[in-house]
Design a binder for this molecule. Structure first.
Ligand SMILES: NC(=O)c1ccc[n+]([C@@H]2O[C@H](COP(=O)([O-])OP(=O)(O)OC[C@H]3O[C@@H](n4cnc5c(N)ncnc54)[C@H](O)[C@@H]3O)[C@@H](O)[C@H]2O)c1
Ligand SMILES: [Zn+2]
Length: 368
C-alpha cells in the first residue's frame, strides 16, 4: 500500500461531488484501499473488457479484496459494435442475479467503450450507483474516463443514449497500457498531445522533446505527461461540467473535421484519434489562412503528430462530402460551425466567422 498523493493528477469538482484521478505505475494494487478512503461501502462489482482477463482483472479483484470488499467479476467482450442496450441488459441481469444494491459499487475496467457502457449501466441501475473507472486505454485515460459522460449507441447513431454520471474515483495504472496495440496507443496520444496544443505549451514542449521516450513508455516522463494531460481534462470539466460555457468546447480541437473524416470514410477506417490528428492539421491550416498562427506552428504540429505515429492526411476522401459532414456535426448550431482554432502554442480560441472557401482550402491540403 502506497500513499497516492504523489500520483494525484487531478481533483475534479462537479455538481455530483468531487473525485480524485490517480495516475501511476502499479496503482491498481491500491484500488480497494482507495475506495475505502473515500468511504465507499457495500460490495464491488467489477466489470471488465475481456482483453484484460485474466491477469489484470485478477490483480484488480485481489486489490479490492485486500480493501475488504466482497467482489464479483464480469468479463465481457465489449466493442464499439456491441456498445448498445443489449450489452447493458447483460450487465443489468448480472447485477439483478447478484442483487446489487444502492450502496454497492460498480468498477469499470477497460477502454472508453467499457467506461461509457458500464458507466451508463451504473447511472441507471437502481437510479444510480457509485461507479469507479479503471481505464486501460490511453484514450480512456486522458479523455473519456474523466467528466462523467456515459452512453451507448442505438442503430440511428452513436452515443444517442446517455447520462452524466460522475465517477467517485478514477484510477489509472500506466502499466495497463503496455499491452495496447500501437495504433490504439497513437490514437490516445493524439488526444493527449491535443491538450498541449490547446492549453499548455510546456506540455507541448515535453511531448515534442521526448517523443521516442513517450512512445516507448520509458521512465517517469510519460507518466508525468499523462498526469498533466489528465489534469487539463479535469480542470476543463471542473470549469464547464455540462459544456454550456466556453471551456469544454476547446477539447473539440481537430474534432469538426475529425468527425467528418470518421463519418465519410466509414467508422472504423480511421481510429477516432487518427481522424482527430488529421482534423488538427486542417484546423491549423484554417488558423494559418486567417493569420492567427504562422506556418512554423503548423509544421511543428505536423512533426509532433507524426512522431507519435499519427496520420496527418486522409488521401482520397471527397471534399464535398467532408464539408457537408462537418456542417452536420453536432457541435454546429444554426448552420454556423464553431471552430476551435489555435492562436499560438498552448493557446486555443473559438471562431464562428470562418469563410467556407478558407475551410475548403485547408481541408483540401489534408486530402492531397
Ligand atoms: N465519455 C466521454 O467523455 C468520451 C470521450 C471520448 C470518447 N468516448 C468513447 O470512448 C470510446 C472509445 O474508447 P477507446 O478508444 O478506449 O476504445 P475501446 O474501448 O474500444 O478500446 C480500444 C481497443 O483497445 C482494447 N484495449 C483496451 N485496453 C487495452 C489494454 N490495456 N491492452 C490491450 N487492449 C486493450 C479494447 O478491447 C479495444 O479493442 C468510444 O465509444 C467513444 O464514444 C467517450
Ligand atoms: Zn476525441
Amino acid at each position: 500500500m502506497t500513499d497516492q498523493d504523489q500520483n494525484l493528477a487531478a481533483v475534479v469538482n462537479t455538481t455530483q461531488g468531487s473525485y480524485r484521478v490517480i495516475v501511476g505505475r502499479g496503482v491498481v494494487d491500491d484500488l480497494g484501499h482507495e475506495l475505502k478512503k473515500i468511504g465507499l461501502q457495500g460490495r464491488a462489482f467489477l466489470i471488465a473488457d475481456y482483453v484484460m482477463f485474466p491477469n489484470p482483472v485478477r490483480r484488480a479483484q485481489e486489490a479490492l479484496e485486500r480493501g475488504g470488499y466482497e467482489t464479483h467479476v464480469l468479463s465481457l467482450e465489449i466493442s464499439e459494435s456491441n456498445k448498445n442496450l443489449e450489452t447493458v441488459q447483460i450487465v443489468y441481469e448480472w447485477l439483478a442475479d447478484l442483487r446489487a444494491e444502492r450502496r454497492d459499487i460498480v468498477v469499470a475496467m477497460g477502454g472508453g467503450v467499457t467506461g461509457d457502457l458500464v458507466g451508463f449501466a451504473a447511472a441507471t441501475w437502481l437510479r444510480g450507483v457509485a461507479v469507479v473507472h479503471v481505464p486501460t486505454s490511453l484514450a480512456a485515460m486522458v479523455d473519456s474516463s474523466i467528466g462523467g459522460k456515459t452512453g451507448v449507441n442505438i442503430p440511428k447513431g452513436k452515443n444517442l443514449l446517455g447520462a452524466f454520471h460522475q465517477p467517485r474515483l478514477v484510477l489509472q495504472d500506466v502499466g495497463h497500457i503496455e499491452t495496447l496495440p500501437p495504433r490504439e496507443m497513437a490514437a490516445g496520444w493524439a488526444e493527449a498531445v491535443k491538450h498541449g496544443f490547446i492549453l499548455d505549451s510546456q506540455l507541448l514542449d515535453m511531448f515534442e522533446r521526448l517523443a521516442p521516450q513517450m512512445v516507448a513508455l520509458e521512465g517517469d516522463e510519460p507518466v508525468d505527461a499523462i498526469r498533466r494531460s489528465v489534469a487539463i481534462k479535469g480542470e476543463i470539466v471542473s470549469a464547464d461540467e455540462f459544456e454550456t460555457g466556453d471551456d469544454r468546447v476547446l477539447l473539440n480541437y481537430g474534432h469538426t473535421i475529425g468527425h467528418a473524416i470518421e463519418n465519410v470514410s466509414g467508422y472504423g477506417t480511421y481510429l477516432h484519434g487518427e481522424a482527430v490528428a488529421i482534423g488538427m492539421m486542417a484546423a491549423a491550416g484554417i488558423a494559418e489562412r486567417l493569420g492567427m498562427i504562422d506556418s512554423e506552428l503548423v509544421d511543428r504540429q505536423r512533426s509532433v503528430l507524426k512522431a507519435y505515429g499519427l496520420p496527418v492526411k486522409a488521401p482520397g476522401l471527397d471534399i464535398d462530402a467532408l464539408i457537408d459532414a462537418s456542417k452536420s456535426d453536432k457541435k454546429s448550431r444554426g448552420g454556423t460551425i464553431r471552430w476551435v482554432l489555435l492562436e499560438g502554442p498552448g493557446m486555443a480560441t473559438t471562431r464562428r466567422d470562418v469563410p467556407e472557401d478558407i475551410v475548403r482550402e485547408a481541408v483540401q491540403v489534408v486530402l492531397d
